[in-house]
Design a protein around this ligand. Structure first.
Ligand code: IVH
Length: 674
């Protein structure tokens, strides 16, 4: 590209093109080019910007993620207070609301309302100055919030610059109010990924969105699929004529300017129509891609809103009708005791199937025996059941008035319901355990279930019922026996035909070739989840080395503490563990490589981390190093090859210097990762 002006004009054209495609993709869900075409434009942008950094605009699509995490959150005072909403719980409440409004406005006119799904997300305030995103903040206490500009900028559907539009002028200053949220499918993905990597699992999409916005490092938010819908404004400084006069026009203007708005919002001519709107949304609720907790009704005319004003923290011109809580009422059929993989006894209540929040449920586990005592729940009781998000259903209350006569309190069991072995209290008084290990049929079944599960050996077509039958028929005793199963045995089982038996035999055979990490995880050693299994396999690289590691050696490994190291070393010294491993060896299990396809360029390094870091968390740094094959150890010794020293490194630094260990600062460590 020849002259500066050519470069500038191509950049400008690319900004417009990319922003337009991005808006169509992220805000309208209606892309007009393929991902590959979009990527090509973006690559061209990066290429030109790299060679001409002096022309990079701060609103360029490449500048969404800033380079450095912040030190802390700055406080931002909202120009106009962020209000909350009064609630309505049924149609009558809405009619009362409508009546109050007509009386106050002293009119016979039928009031029009903008009806908007009430998203269950996190409220945000975005300040645009001359159409450019200046800052963004949380609601805080309604008057002062926290600066989350760095995270809001990472949301692809939020325009950094508003589009000009003929119908409505972009105000000189505009506080846009809206909701940041995460779609249900994305939320499930985040949690799946977190579970797999031993990270924090969020209780619901709202918490996941709030957790992402509360990060100082914009890289975290940029990795989370946050979305935004604008639904109102706070302070506005506009040329009078061309600013919307109606809430429905506000939403339209937002959309023209490129701000995403909820396509399910609608305008109704009366509160009766508003009630019908609610019924329709309630019916469609379970098919929406995000969680909503009701419908917001806003008087459509902005001049009426002005007249009506507010009372303390809520406007008189708006109300939220909430969906009824996701609680169901049912009758307990039975309370039984389940035995888990390591022998924990959990009370499980089975009840008449009932629909809660759109899902039919028929049983709930009760945390422990203290919980049974607290609720005093009994067979035959009428109970309220709550279900929130993907959380296991929970009994929240017993209706004592409906308790049948002669009902008996639940006794804490004294014998294992499966093997009749003695039970012992462990950890806390509330947890009971059967200590019989694999001598207990229930625990044997659970450990085989774990062995075949998706993230372990991933044997398809071997569900709980089949395992139960096989164990009860004594066709298998432990997981290694699966590899000797014959088709003739399977075809005799309930629900098996020739084809399904062949398929199962094949998937058992296929599972013989696996990774060391999966195999270690599948053994079901206490305290060894997927992340620990990964650490073990990367550190030791072979099963034999893991088997011979001492408790002290195990303690050297990232994230393995004294409890886990005790269980791991114990397992590989127990007769039971060693017998099982011997059996596996003769089945022809092939452990391909430690972790699958990870790039192990740091495979020879034993790295110690000390001090704190500004561009990466210690945890992240550790994880990245492990992914690249390094052993991350907690203390400096003659075996250490690298010490990564952040701020305030402490005594490890001098020890490493004494031992001649290579020392890297944060910047060099990040280079190493790249
Ligand atoms: S309007 C003055 N509209 O609900 C009106 N709020 O319980 C203030 N919310 O803090 C809010 N969807 O975070 C409004 N379409 C919508 C909304 C909505 C979700 C949230 C918002 C607010 C909370 C009030």
């Amino acid at each position: 590209m020849s002259s500066d002006s050519d470069v500038k004009s191509r950049l400008k054209a690319l900004y417009v093109l990319i922003n337009d495609h991005s808006h169509k993709y992220h805000a309208l869900d209606a892309p007009i080019v393929s991902d590959a075409e979009y990527d090509l434009l973006f690559q061209e942008l990066l290429f030109i910007e790299n060679s001409n950094p002096q022309f990079i605009d701060k609103n360029s699509p490449s500048q969404r993620v800033g380079s450095k995490p912040l030190e802390g959150f700055k406080k931002i005072t909202h120009l106009e207070q962020m209000l909350s909403l009064d609630n309505a719980f049924d149609g009558n409440d809405l009619q009362d609301f409508d009546k109050r409004i007509t009386e106050r406005l002293n009119t016979d006119e039928c009031i029009e309302y903008s009806c908007e799904p009430k998203l269950d997300g996190v409220a945000a305030n975005l300040l645009y100055r001359s159409g450019e995103l200046d800052y963004a903040s949380t609601r805080g206490d309604g008057k002062v919030g926290e600066d989350i500009t760095h995270n809001i900028r990472t949301i692809q559907s939020v325009p950094l610059k508003l589009n000009n539009n003929k119908s409505f002028d972009i105000p000189e200053l505009l506080e846009v109010r809206g909701e940041v949220f995460i779609e249900l499918k994305d939320f499930e993905e985040i949690n799946k990924h977190s579970k797999k990597n031993g990270l924090k699992v969020f209780a619901n999409p709202r918490n996941a969105a709030a957790g992402s916005l509360r990060q100082l490092d914009p890289k975290v938010a940029s990795g989370r699929p946050l979305k935004f819908f604008a639904h109102g404004f706070g302070s506005v400084n506009a040329g009078k004529e061309k600013f919307p006069q109606l809430q429905s026009e506000v939403l339209q203007a937002f959309s023209f300017w490129g701000l995403p708005v909820n396509p399910r919002s609608g305008l109704v001519k009366s509160i009766e129509e508003g009630i019908a709107f609610f019924n329709k949304i309630e019916k469609d609720r379970s098919s929406l891609p995000y969680e909503i907790d009701g419908v917001v009704y806003k008087v459509n005319k902005l001049s009426y809103q002005n007249t009506l004003g507010k009372v303390s923290r809520a406007p008189r011109w708006a109300i939220a009708r909430k969906f009824p809580a996701e609680v169901g009422i049912t009758i307990i059929k039975s309370i039984s005791f389940q035995v888990g993989r390591v022998g924990s006894i959990t009370p499980v209540a089975e009840f008449e199937p009932t629909i809660v929040g759109g899902v039919t449920i028929s049983h709930a586990s009760i945390h422990n025996f203290d919980e049974i005592a607290r609720l005093d729940v009994r067979e035959g009781d009428t109970v309220s059941i709550k279900r929130a998000g993907d959380v296991i259903p929970q009994i929240i209350r017993v209706d004592l008035d409906k308790r049948p006569p002669n009902s008996k309190a639940i006794n804490v069991p004294t014998k294992c319901p499966s093997c009749s072995g003695p039970l012992a209290k462990e950890e806390s008084e509330a947890i009971l355990k059967c200590k019989a290990g694999t001598n207990c049929t229930a625990q044997r079944i659970e450990s085989i279930k774990h062995f075949v599960s998706r993230n372990a050996m991933n044997i398809d077509g071997l569900g709980e019922k089949i395992i139960q039958q096989l164990v009860n028929l004594k066709a298998i005793d432990d997981p290694s026996d699966l590899y000797g199963l014959r088709k003739e045995v399977l075809v005799e089982l309930d629900g098996f035909a020739d084809k399904s038996a062949t398929n199962l035999i094949n998937s058992i055979k296929e599972s013989k070739t696996t990774t060391l990490q999966r195999f270690i995880y599948s053994l079901g050693i206490r305290e060894v989840g997927e992340a620990t299994a990964l650490n073990l396999s990367i550190y030791f690289k072979s099963l034999d080395k893991i088997m011979s590691a001492s408790e002290d050696e195990l303690l050297e490994i990232n994230d393995i503490g004294p409890v886990a190291s005790h269980y791991i070393a114990g397992y590989f010294r127990s007769k039971e563990g060693l017998d099982l491993l011997d059996k596996f060896k003769s089945c022809g299990i092939v452990l391909e490589n430690p972790v699958g396809n990870a790039d192990l360029k740091l495979g020879d390094q034993i790295i110690v981390i000390t001090g704190s870091f500004s561009n990466i968390s210690r945890r992240q740094l550790k994880e990245e190093l492990i992914r690249l094959g390094a052993k991350v150890s907690s203390s400096v010794s003659s075996k250490s090859t690298i010490l990564i020293a952040g701020e305030k490194p402490g005594s490890k630094l001098s020890k490493a210097k004494d031992l001649g260990v290579i020392i890297l600062d944060e910047e060099k460590a990040l280079d190493l990762l790249n």
